[in-house]
Design a protein around this ligand. Structure first.
Ligand SMILES: [Fe+2]
Ligand SMILES: [Fe+2]
Length: 536
Protein backbone atom coordinates (compact mmCIF):
# COMPACT_ATOMS: atom_id res chain seq x y z
CA UNK A 1 0.00 0.00 0.00
CA UNK A 2 1.57 3.36 -1.02
CA UNK A 3 2.35 5.82 1.78
CA UNK A 4 -0.06 8.77 2.05
CA UNK A 5 1.60 12.06 1.02
CA UNK A 6 1.73 14.75 3.71
CA UNK A 7 -0.46 17.81 2.96
CA UNK A 8 1.15 20.95 1.57
CA UNK A 9 0.51 22.75 4.85
CA UNK A 10 3.02 20.38 6.44
CA UNK A 11 5.88 22.22 4.62
CA UNK A 12 4.87 25.82 5.19
CA UNK A 13 5.82 26.19 8.87
CA UNK A 14 9.29 24.75 8.19
CA UNK A 15 9.85 27.12 5.32
CA UNK A 16 8.69 30.01 7.45
CA UNK A 17 10.92 29.06 10.36
CA UNK A 18 14.05 28.64 8.25
CA UNK A 19 13.73 31.54 5.84
CA UNK A 20 11.85 34.05 8.00
CA UNK A 21 9.03 34.28 5.48
CA UNK A 22 6.31 32.05 4.12
CA UNK A 23 7.07 31.91 0.44
CA UNK A 24 4.60 31.59 -2.40
CA UNK A 25 3.61 28.04 -3.14
CA UNK A 26 3.21 27.65 -6.86
CA UNK A 27 1.26 24.83 -8.40
CA UNK A 28 3.25 24.23 -11.58
CA UNK A 29 0.50 22.08 -13.08
CA UNK A 30 -2.02 24.92 -12.86
CA UNK A 31 0.36 27.93 -13.06
CA UNK A 32 -1.13 29.52 -10.02
CA UNK A 33 -0.21 30.49 -6.47
CA UNK A 34 -1.92 28.24 -3.96
CA UNK A 35 -0.42 29.72 -0.77
CA UNK A 36 1.98 32.46 0.19
CA UNK A 37 3.00 35.29 2.42
CA UNK A 38 0.68 38.22 1.93
CA UNK A 39 3.49 40.56 2.99
CA UNK A 40 5.15 40.07 -0.34
CA UNK A 41 2.08 41.92 -1.46
CA UNK A 42 2.23 41.23 -5.17
CA UNK A 43 1.35 38.72 -7.78
CA UNK A 44 4.05 36.35 -8.85
CA UNK A 45 5.63 37.57 -12.09
CA UNK A 46 4.04 35.39 -14.73
CA UNK A 47 7.29 34.26 -16.36
CA UNK A 48 8.30 32.66 -13.05
CA UNK A 49 5.73 29.90 -13.57
CA UNK A 50 7.72 28.46 -16.41
CA UNK A 51 10.96 28.79 -14.43
CA UNK A 52 9.27 26.98 -11.53
CA UNK A 53 8.18 24.16 -13.80
CA UNK A 54 11.82 23.70 -14.75
CA UNK A 55 12.87 23.67 -11.07
CA UNK A 56 10.17 21.09 -10.36
CA UNK A 57 11.41 18.95 -13.21
CA UNK A 58 15.05 19.11 -12.05
CA UNK A 59 14.09 18.62 -8.39
CA UNK A 60 16.74 20.95 -6.86
CA UNK A 61 16.51 24.46 -5.41
CA UNK A 62 17.63 27.21 -7.79
CA UNK A 63 17.70 30.99 -8.03
CA UNK A 64 15.18 31.87 -10.70
CA UNK A 65 15.69 35.66 -10.68
CA UNK A 66 18.37 38.04 -9.53
CA UNK A 67 18.20 41.82 -9.30
CA UNK A 68 20.81 43.12 -6.90
CA UNK A 69 20.35 43.03 -3.99
CA UNK A 70 17.37 40.71 -4.45
CA UNK A 71 17.35 37.00 -5.15
CA UNK A 72 14.30 34.87 -5.96
CA UNK A 73 14.82 31.31 -4.73
CA UNK A 74 12.64 28.43 -5.94
CA UNK A 75 12.51 25.31 -3.74
CA UNK A 76 10.80 22.17 -5.06
CA UNK A 77 8.52 20.56 -2.51
CA UNK A 78 9.15 16.84 -2.74
CA UNK A 79 5.76 15.33 -2.19
CA UNK A 80 5.65 11.71 -3.30
CA UNK A 81 5.74 11.14 -7.03
CA UNK A 82 6.48 13.82 -9.65
CA UNK A 83 7.02 17.25 -8.09
CA UNK A 84 4.12 19.61 -8.67
CA UNK A 85 4.64 22.38 -6.14
CA UNK A 86 7.49 24.86 -5.81
CA UNK A 87 8.04 27.37 -3.00
CA UNK A 88 9.34 30.74 -4.15
CA UNK A 89 10.83 33.31 -1.79
CA UNK A 90 12.47 36.68 -2.39
CA UNK A 91 15.53 37.46 -0.28
CA UNK A 92 17.98 40.26 0.21
CA UNK A 93 21.46 39.12 -0.67
CA UNK A 94 24.25 39.98 1.73
CA UNK A 95 26.53 42.73 0.45
CA UNK A 96 23.82 44.29 -1.71
CA UNK A 97 22.57 47.82 -1.21
CA UNK A 98 20.22 48.55 1.63
CA UNK A 99 18.80 51.83 0.52
CA UNK A 100 15.04 51.63 0.24
CA UNK A 101 15.21 53.39 -3.13
CA UNK A 102 17.51 50.74 -4.52
CA UNK A 103 15.30 47.93 -3.14
CA UNK A 104 12.21 49.53 -4.61
CA UNK A 105 13.87 49.71 -7.99
CA UNK A 106 15.02 46.10 -7.77
CA UNK A 107 11.51 45.07 -6.83
CA UNK A 108 10.10 46.90 -9.77
CA UNK A 109 12.64 45.28 -12.07
CA UNK A 110 11.61 41.85 -10.74
CA UNK A 111 7.95 42.68 -11.21
CA UNK A 112 7.25 43.09 -7.49
CA UNK A 113 5.40 46.07 -6.09
CA UNK A 114 6.46 48.75 -3.59
CA UNK A 115 4.81 46.99 -0.65
CA UNK A 116 7.21 44.14 -1.20
CA UNK A 117 10.11 46.58 -1.21
CA UNK A 118 9.03 48.04 2.12
CA UNK A 119 8.79 44.60 3.70
CA UNK A 120 12.08 43.40 2.27
CA UNK A 121 13.90 46.40 3.75
CA UNK A 122 13.19 44.98 7.20
CA UNK A 123 14.50 41.54 6.33
CA UNK A 124 17.97 40.34 7.33
CA UNK A 125 20.23 39.72 4.33
CA UNK A 126 21.41 36.16 3.41
CA UNK A 127 24.74 35.09 1.91
CA UNK A 128 23.57 33.73 -1.47
CA UNK A 129 25.46 30.43 -1.29
CA UNK A 130 24.30 29.76 2.24
CA UNK A 131 20.71 30.41 1.21
CA UNK A 132 21.03 27.85 -1.57
CA UNK A 133 22.76 25.32 0.71
CA UNK A 134 20.05 25.63 3.36
CA UNK A 135 17.39 25.08 0.69
CA UNK A 136 19.22 22.06 -0.67
CA UNK A 137 19.53 20.55 2.83
CA UNK A 138 15.86 21.18 3.41
CA UNK A 139 14.83 19.41 0.21
CA UNK A 140 17.13 16.51 1.06
CA UNK A 141 15.61 16.25 4.53
CA UNK A 142 12.09 16.21 3.10
CA UNK A 143 13.08 13.48 0.70
CA UNK A 144 14.58 11.41 3.52
CA UNK A 145 11.46 11.90 5.63
CA UNK A 146 9.28 10.81 2.72
CA UNK A 147 11.43 7.71 2.25
CA UNK A 148 11.32 6.90 5.96
CA UNK A 149 7.55 7.30 5.95
CA UNK A 150 7.24 5.12 2.89
CA UNK A 151 9.48 2.46 4.43
CA UNK A 152 7.50 2.67 7.66
CA UNK A 153 4.29 2.03 5.75
CA UNK A 154 5.91 -0.85 3.88
CA UNK A 155 7.11 -2.34 7.15
CA UNK A 156 3.61 -2.06 8.60
CA UNK A 157 2.13 -3.75 5.52
CA UNK A 158 4.81 -6.43 5.66
CA UNK A 159 4.11 -6.98 9.35
CA UNK A 160 0.44 -7.59 8.56
CA UNK A 161 1.37 -9.97 5.74
CA UNK A 162 3.86 -11.78 7.97
CA UNK A 163 1.23 -12.04 10.69
CA UNK A 164 -1.16 -13.68 8.22
CA UNK A 165 1.59 -15.94 6.91
CA UNK A 166 2.51 -16.93 10.46
CA UNK A 167 -1.11 -17.86 11.15
CA UNK A 168 -1.20 -19.96 7.99
CA UNK A 169 2.11 -21.71 8.69
CA UNK A 170 1.08 -22.28 12.27
CA UNK A 171 -2.18 -23.90 11.09
CA UNK A 172 -0.35 -26.15 8.62
CA UNK A 173 2.16 -27.03 11.35
CA UNK A 174 -0.61 -27.97 13.79
CA UNK A 175 -2.26 -30.02 11.08
CA UNK A 176 0.90 -31.95 10.15
CA UNK A 177 1.59 -32.66 13.83
CA UNK A 178 -1.80 -34.34 14.06
CA UNK A 179 -1.48 -36.40 10.88
CA UNK A 180 -0.77 -39.59 12.76
CA UNK A 181 -2.02 -42.89 11.46
CA UNK A 182 -3.79 -43.55 14.75
CA UNK A 183 -5.56 -40.18 14.69
CA UNK A 184 -9.31 -40.51 14.43
CA UNK A 185 -10.38 -39.02 11.10
CA UNK A 186 -13.44 -37.30 12.45
CA UNK A 187 -11.55 -35.69 15.32
CA UNK A 188 -8.82 -34.53 12.94
CA UNK A 189 -11.42 -33.13 10.55
CA UNK A 190 -13.21 -31.29 13.38
CA UNK A 191 -9.91 -29.88 14.69
CA UNK A 192 -8.95 -28.76 11.18
CA UNK A 193 -12.25 -26.88 10.79
CA UNK A 194 -11.62 -25.16 14.13
CA UNK A 195 -8.08 -24.12 13.18
CA UNK A 196 -9.26 -22.85 9.80
CA UNK A 197 -12.03 -20.85 11.49
CA UNK A 198 -9.42 -19.27 13.79
CA UNK A 199 -7.15 -18.41 10.86
CA UNK A 200 -9.47 -17.38 8.02
CA UNK A 201 -12.03 -14.55 8.31
CA UNK A 202 -14.91 -16.70 7.07
CA UNK A 203 -18.55 -16.99 8.07
CA UNK A 204 -18.72 -20.79 7.88
CA UNK A 205 -16.83 -23.88 6.83
CA UNK A 206 -17.67 -27.39 5.67
CA UNK A 207 -15.66 -30.57 5.37
CA UNK A 208 -16.81 -33.78 3.72
CA UNK A 209 -14.96 -37.09 4.02
CA UNK A 210 -16.05 -39.37 1.22
CA UNK A 211 -14.10 -42.52 1.94
CA UNK A 212 -16.02 -44.86 4.21
CA UNK A 213 -12.84 -46.88 4.75
CA UNK A 214 -11.24 -43.80 6.20
CA UNK A 215 -13.73 -44.02 9.04
CA UNK A 216 -12.49 -47.12 10.72
CA UNK A 217 -14.94 -49.54 12.18
CA UNK A 218 -18.02 -47.35 11.97
CA UNK A 219 -21.37 -48.77 11.00
CA UNK A 220 -22.54 -47.33 7.67
CA UNK A 221 -19.01 -46.22 6.91
CA UNK A 222 -19.81 -45.79 3.23
CA UNK A 223 -21.91 -42.66 3.75
CA UNK A 224 -19.91 -39.42 3.56
CA UNK A 225 -19.09 -37.68 6.80
CA UNK A 226 -20.20 -34.03 6.58
CA UNK A 227 -18.97 -31.59 9.20
CA UNK A 228 -19.64 -27.87 9.43
CA UNK A 229 -18.53 -24.91 11.51
CA UNK A 230 -20.50 -21.66 11.75
CA UNK A 231 -23.79 -21.13 9.97
CA UNK A 232 -23.14 -23.21 6.85
CA UNK A 233 -25.55 -22.33 4.00
CA UNK A 234 -25.85 -25.96 2.81
CA UNK A 235 -26.40 -29.36 4.39
CA UNK A 236 -24.67 -32.56 3.27
CA UNK A 237 -27.03 -33.21 0.36
CA UNK A 238 -26.95 -29.55 -0.65
CA UNK A 239 -23.16 -29.63 -0.60
CA UNK A 240 -23.13 -32.59 -3.00
CA UNK A 241 -25.48 -30.71 -5.34
CA UNK A 242 -23.34 -27.58 -5.06
CA UNK A 243 -20.16 -29.47 -6.00
CA UNK A 244 -21.93 -30.95 -9.00
CA UNK A 245 -23.25 -27.55 -10.05
CA UNK A 246 -19.78 -26.00 -9.72
CA UNK A 247 -18.43 -28.75 -12.01
CA UNK A 248 -15.41 -29.36 -9.80
CA UNK A 249 -15.78 -33.10 -9.25
CA UNK A 250 -14.52 -34.54 -12.56
CA UNK A 251 -11.58 -34.09 -12.29
CA UNK A 252 -11.43 -32.78 -8.70
CA UNK A 253 -10.27 -29.19 -8.65
CA UNK A 254 -10.29 -26.10 -6.48
CA UNK A 255 -12.67 -23.28 -7.30
CA UNK A 256 -13.26 -19.75 -6.03
CA UNK A 257 -16.81 -18.49 -6.52
CA UNK A 258 -17.07 -14.74 -5.96
CA UNK A 259 -20.16 -12.63 -6.66
CA UNK A 260 -21.82 -12.12 -8.91
CA UNK A 261 -22.35 -15.86 -9.08
CA UNK A 262 -24.22 -17.11 -12.11
CA UNK A 263 -27.98 -16.65 -11.97
CA UNK A 264 -28.40 -20.40 -12.36
CA UNK A 265 -26.36 -20.95 -9.23
CA UNK A 266 -28.16 -18.33 -7.17
CA UNK A 267 -31.53 -19.69 -8.35
CA UNK A 268 -30.63 -23.08 -6.92
CA UNK A 269 -28.83 -21.71 -3.87
CA UNK A 270 -30.48 -18.40 -2.95
CA UNK A 271 -28.30 -16.14 -0.82
CA UNK A 272 -25.20 -18.22 -1.47
CA UNK A 273 -22.22 -16.17 -0.25
CA UNK A 274 -18.80 -16.13 -1.96
CA UNK A 275 -17.07 -19.44 -1.42
CA UNK A 276 -13.93 -21.48 -2.04
CA UNK A 277 -13.96 -25.27 -2.42
CA UNK A 278 -10.84 -27.45 -2.44
CA UNK A 279 -10.61 -31.21 -2.87
CA UNK A 280 -8.94 -33.58 -0.41
CA UNK A 281 -7.01 -35.39 -3.06
CA UNK A 282 -3.94 -37.57 -3.28
CA UNK A 283 -2.82 -38.56 -6.76
CA UNK A 284 -5.96 -39.79 -8.49
CA UNK A 285 -7.81 -40.55 -5.29
CA UNK A 286 -10.44 -38.15 -3.99
CA UNK A 287 -11.08 -38.41 -0.25
CA UNK A 288 -13.34 -35.43 0.36
CA UNK A 289 -13.90 -31.70 0.11
CA UNK A 290 -13.17 -28.63 2.12
CA UNK A 291 -15.15 -25.40 1.67
CA UNK A 292 -15.34 -21.93 3.19
CA UNK A 293 -18.33 -19.61 2.80
CA UNK A 294 -18.60 -15.80 3.15
CA UNK A 295 -15.59 -13.51 3.73
CA UNK A 296 -16.09 -11.53 6.95
CA UNK A 297 -13.99 -8.50 5.92
CA UNK A 298 -14.24 -8.40 2.14
CA UNK A 299 -16.75 -8.85 -0.64
CA UNK A 300 -14.66 -11.57 -2.27
CA UNK A 301 -12.21 -14.34 -1.55
CA UNK A 302 -8.68 -13.82 -2.80
CA UNK A 303 -5.71 -15.97 -3.65
CA UNK A 304 -4.38 -16.12 -0.06
CA UNK A 305 -7.50 -17.87 1.28
CA UNK A 306 -7.60 -20.14 -1.75
CA UNK A 307 -3.94 -21.09 -1.42
CA UNK A 308 -4.31 -21.92 2.29
CA UNK A 309 -7.39 -24.02 1.60
CA UNK A 310 -5.59 -25.82 -1.23
CA UNK A 311 -2.63 -26.59 1.10
CA UNK A 312 -4.91 -27.91 3.84
CA UNK A 313 -6.85 -29.96 1.28
CA UNK A 314 -3.62 -31.43 -0.10
CA UNK A 315 -2.31 -32.29 3.38
CA UNK A 316 -5.56 -33.97 4.40
CA UNK A 317 -5.66 -35.77 1.04
CA UNK A 318 -2.16 -37.17 1.55
CA UNK A 319 -3.11 -38.19 5.09
CA UNK A 320 -6.23 -40.01 3.88
CA UNK A 321 -4.14 -41.68 1.17
CA UNK A 322 -1.58 -42.86 3.73
CA UNK A 323 -4.36 -44.08 5.97
CA UNK A 324 -5.95 -46.12 3.18
CA UNK A 325 -2.56 -47.60 2.29
CA UNK A 326 -1.83 -48.38 5.92
CA UNK A 327 -5.17 -50.14 6.38
CA UNK A 328 -4.61 -52.13 3.24
CA UNK A 329 -1.26 -53.29 4.65
CA UNK A 330 -2.80 -54.02 8.04
CA UNK A 331 -5.47 -56.16 6.33
CA UNK A 332 -2.75 -57.96 4.43
CA UNK A 333 -0.80 -58.57 7.63
CA UNK A 334 -3.96 -59.86 9.30
CA UNK A 335 -4.46 -62.31 6.43
CA UNK A 336 -0.87 -63.52 6.69
CA UNK A 337 -1.14 -64.04 10.44
CA UNK A 338 -4.48 -65.87 10.02
CA UNK A 339 -3.00 -68.10 7.33
CA UNK A 340 0.05 -68.95 9.43
CA UNK A 341 -1.89 -69.71 12.61
CA UNK A 342 -4.27 -71.92 10.62
CA UNK A 343 -1.27 -73.71 9.15
CA UNK A 344 0.15 -74.36 12.65
CA UNK A 345 -3.19 -75.77 13.84
CA UNK A 346 -3.53 -77.93 10.75
CA UNK A 347 -0.01 -79.24 11.24
CA UNK A 348 -0.49 -80.15 14.89
CA UNK A 349 -4.21 -80.71 15.56
CA UNK A 350 -3.45 -82.12 19.03
CA UNK A 351 -2.42 -78.67 20.18
CA UNK A 352 -5.10 -76.79 18.25
CA UNK A 353 -5.76 -73.40 19.83
CA UNK A 354 -2.42 -73.44 21.67
CA UNK A 355 -1.08 -70.36 19.83
CA UNK A 356 -4.25 -68.45 20.47
CA UNK A 357 -4.31 -69.24 24.20
CA UNK A 358 -0.61 -68.43 24.56
CA UNK A 359 -1.25 -65.10 22.84
CA UNK A 360 -4.06 -64.20 25.24
CA UNK A 361 -2.20 -65.29 28.38
CA UNK A 362 0.98 -63.52 27.25
CA UNK A 363 -0.96 -60.27 26.73
CA UNK A 364 -2.40 -60.55 30.26
CA UNK A 365 1.09 -61.12 31.71
CA UNK A 366 2.56 -58.26 29.67
CA UNK A 367 -0.21 -55.95 30.86
CA UNK A 368 0.46 -56.92 34.47
CA UNK A 369 4.16 -56.20 33.92
CA UNK A 370 3.41 -52.65 32.70
CA UNK A 371 4.04 -53.08 28.96
CA UNK A 372 2.77 -50.29 26.73
CA UNK A 373 0.16 -50.62 23.99
CA UNK A 374 2.69 -51.30 21.26
CA UNK A 375 4.37 -54.02 23.33
CA UNK A 376 0.99 -55.60 24.04
CA UNK A 377 0.29 -55.73 20.31
CA UNK A 378 3.70 -57.28 19.66
CA UNK A 379 3.33 -59.84 22.42
CA UNK A 380 -0.07 -60.85 21.06
CA UNK A 381 1.25 -61.44 17.54
CA UNK A 382 4.28 -63.18 19.06
CA UNK A 383 2.00 -65.53 20.99
CA UNK A 384 0.09 -66.39 17.83
CA UNK A 385 3.21 -67.00 15.81
CA UNK A 386 5.73 -68.32 18.37
CA UNK A 387 5.49 -71.91 17.13
CA UNK A 388 5.15 -71.08 13.43
CA UNK A 389 8.39 -73.02 12.86
CA UNK A 390 6.52 -76.24 13.64
CA UNK A 391 5.28 -76.02 10.05
CA UNK A 392 8.76 -77.27 9.12
CA UNK A 393 8.87 -80.14 11.66
CA UNK A 394 8.25 -83.71 10.65
CA UNK A 395 4.58 -84.67 11.25
CA UNK A 396 5.39 -87.96 12.89
CA UNK A 397 7.66 -86.34 15.41
CA UNK A 398 5.26 -83.48 16.04
CA UNK A 399 2.27 -85.73 16.61
CA UNK A 400 4.10 -88.43 18.56
CA UNK A 401 2.24 -89.08 21.78
CA UNK A 402 4.96 -91.07 23.52
CA UNK A 403 8.33 -89.99 24.83
CA UNK A 404 10.61 -88.38 22.19
CA UNK A 405 14.04 -89.79 21.50
CA UNK A 406 17.02 -87.45 21.82
CA UNK A 407 17.19 -87.13 18.04
CA UNK A 408 13.48 -86.37 17.81
CA UNK A 409 13.82 -83.73 20.52
CA UNK A 410 16.75 -82.17 18.68
CA UNK A 411 14.58 -82.08 15.56
CA UNK A 412 11.68 -80.41 17.43
CA UNK A 413 14.10 -77.81 18.82
CA UNK A 414 14.72 -76.63 15.27
CA UNK A 415 11.23 -75.01 15.19
CA UNK A 416 12.55 -71.80 16.76
CA UNK A 417 15.07 -71.19 13.98
CA UNK A 418 12.69 -72.40 11.28
CA UNK A 419 10.05 -69.96 12.58
CA UNK A 420 12.62 -67.17 12.48
CA UNK A 421 13.46 -67.98 8.86
CA UNK A 422 9.77 -68.11 7.86
CA UNK A 423 9.04 -64.65 9.25
CA UNK A 424 12.30 -62.77 8.84
CA UNK A 425 11.40 -61.24 5.47
CA UNK A 426 8.08 -59.86 6.71
CA UNK A 427 9.15 -56.39 7.76
CA UNK A 428 5.91 -55.71 9.63
CA UNK A 429 6.63 -58.69 11.90
CA UNK A 430 10.18 -57.61 12.76
CA UNK A 431 9.35 -57.15 16.47
CA UNK A 432 7.96 -60.66 16.67
CA UNK A 433 11.18 -62.35 15.51
CA UNK A 434 13.09 -62.27 18.86
CA UNK A 435 10.16 -64.02 20.57
CA UNK A 436 9.80 -66.65 17.85
CA UNK A 437 13.49 -67.43 18.08
CA UNK A 438 14.01 -67.26 21.86
CA UNK A 439 10.80 -68.44 23.51
CA UNK A 440 12.55 -71.67 24.57
CA UNK A 441 15.56 -70.01 26.20
CA UNK A 442 15.83 -70.59 29.97
CA UNK A 443 16.80 -68.03 32.63
CA UNK A 444 19.73 -70.23 33.75
CA UNK A 445 21.05 -70.72 30.21
CA UNK A 446 19.86 -74.30 29.78
CA UNK A 447 17.37 -73.46 27.00
CA UNK A 448 17.66 -73.32 23.22
CA UNK A 449 18.52 -72.39 20.50
CA UNK A 450 21.35 -70.18 21.81
CA UNK A 451 21.49 -70.90 25.54
CA UNK A 452 20.98 -67.23 26.41
CA UNK A 453 20.82 -66.38 30.14
CA UNK A 454 18.81 -63.94 32.26
CA UNK A 455 18.58 -60.44 30.81
CA UNK A 456 20.10 -61.64 27.53
CA UNK A 457 16.77 -63.22 26.73
CA UNK A 458 14.44 -60.70 24.99
CA UNK A 459 11.86 -59.51 27.58
CA UNK A 460 8.80 -60.41 25.49
CA UNK A 461 10.27 -63.89 24.88
CA UNK A 462 10.46 -64.37 28.69
CA UNK A 463 6.76 -63.50 28.93
CA UNK A 464 5.70 -65.79 26.08
CA UNK A 465 7.86 -68.55 27.60
CA UNK A 466 5.76 -68.58 30.81
CA UNK A 467 2.48 -68.38 28.83
CA UNK A 468 3.70 -71.22 26.58
CA UNK A 469 4.62 -73.45 29.53
CA UNK A 470 1.34 -72.69 31.30
CA UNK A 471 -0.71 -73.70 28.27
CA UNK A 472 1.37 -76.76 27.51
CA UNK A 473 0.91 -78.02 31.08
CA UNK A 474 -2.73 -77.00 31.60
CA UNK A 475 -4.26 -78.08 28.27
CA UNK A 476 -5.80 -81.44 27.68
CA UNK A 477 -4.24 -83.59 24.98
CA UNK A 478 -5.87 -86.58 23.28
CA UNK A 479 -3.37 -88.80 25.09
CA UNK A 480 -3.41 -87.06 28.50
CA UNK A 481 -5.38 -84.72 30.70
CA UNK A 482 -4.14 -81.27 31.57
CA UNK A 483 -2.05 -81.00 34.72
CA UNK A 484 -3.91 -80.22 37.99
CA UNK A 485 -3.63 -76.58 39.03
CA UNK A 486 -1.75 -77.34 42.22
CA UNK A 487 0.99 -79.25 40.45
CA UNK A 488 1.25 -76.68 37.69
CA UNK A 489 1.63 -73.89 40.25
CA UNK A 490 4.36 -75.82 42.01
CA UNK A 491 6.29 -76.32 38.77
CA UNK A 492 6.06 -72.64 37.87
CA UNK A 493 7.14 -71.59 41.39
CA UNK A 494 10.00 -74.06 41.32
CA UNK A 495 11.16 -72.85 37.91
CA UNK A 496 11.19 -69.14 38.81
CA UNK A 497 14.76 -67.88 38.51
CA UNK A 498 15.84 -71.15 36.81
CA UNK A 499 13.62 -71.85 33.84
CA UNK A 500 11.76 -68.52 33.86
CA UNK A 501 12.21 -64.89 34.79
CA UNK A 502 10.90 -64.77 38.37
CA UNK A 503 9.25 -61.36 37.73
CA UNK A 504 7.09 -62.96 35.05
CA UNK A 505 6.25 -65.89 37.34
CA UNK A 506 5.34 -63.42 40.11
CA UNK A 507 3.08 -61.59 37.66
CA UNK A 508 1.48 -64.93 36.77
CA UNK A 509 0.55 -65.60 40.39
CA UNK A 510 -0.77 -62.08 40.87
CA UNK A 511 -3.31 -62.63 38.08
CA UNK A 512 -3.55 -66.43 38.12
CA UNK A 513 -7.34 -66.52 38.28
CA UNK A 514 -7.71 -64.10 35.38
CA UNK A 515 -5.27 -66.18 33.32
CA UNK A 516 -7.18 -69.40 33.98
CA UNK A 517 -10.40 -67.69 32.85
CA UNK A 518 -8.69 -66.37 29.71
CA UNK A 519 -7.27 -69.74 28.78
CA UNK A 520 -10.65 -71.40 29.28
CA UNK A 521 -12.49 -69.02 26.93
CA UNK A 522 -13.90 -70.39 23.69
CA UNK A 523 -12.00 -69.95 20.45
CA UNK A 524 -11.84 -66.24 19.72
CA UNK A 525 -9.00 -66.04 17.34
CA UNK A 526 -10.64 -64.26 14.42
CA UNK A 527 -11.90 -61.13 16.22
CA UNK A 528 -8.74 -60.87 18.28
CA UNK A 529 -6.47 -61.08 15.25
CA UNK A 530 -8.55 -58.49 13.48
CA UNK A 531 -8.40 -56.23 16.45
CA UNK A 532 -4.69 -56.56 16.93
CA UNK A 533 -3.94 -55.92 13.28
CA UNK A 534 -6.00 -52.78 13.34
CA UNK A 535 -4.12 -51.55 16.35
CA UNK A 536 -0.66 -52.67 15.19
FE1 LIG B 1 7.77 -73.51 20.89
FE1 LIG C 1 4.36 -73.32 22.10
Amino acid sequence: MPAAAPPLGHFLPTLGAIFGQEPWIIDTAADRVVAGDARLGADVPSHWFELCREVARRGSPEFIAEQEPLLALAVPIPLLGPIQHVAVGVFRAEGGGTASGSLAESCRQLGLNSAAAAWLTSQAPWPAQRLLAVAQNLVQRWRSEAQVNQLGDEVATLAVQLGNLYEEISLLHRLTRHLRISENDEELARATLGWLADTLPVESLALELISGQARQGEAGADSPLFLTQGNCPVDGAGFRRLLKRLAVVEPPRMRIVNPPASTELTADFPGLPPLVVAPLVEGEHLFGWLAVFGHRHAAEFGSSEASLLASVGALLGIHCGNLALYREQADMLGSVVRALTSAIDAKDPYTCGHSDRVARVAVALAGELGCNRQQLDTVYLSGLLHDVGKIGIDDQVLRKSGRLTDAEFEHIKLHTDIGYRILRDLKQLGDVLPVVRHHHEAWDGSGYPQGLTGEQIPPLARIVSVADAFDAMSSDRPYRKGMPDQRLDAILRGGAGQQWDSRVVDAFFRIRDKIRRLAARAEEREPLVDEICRLA
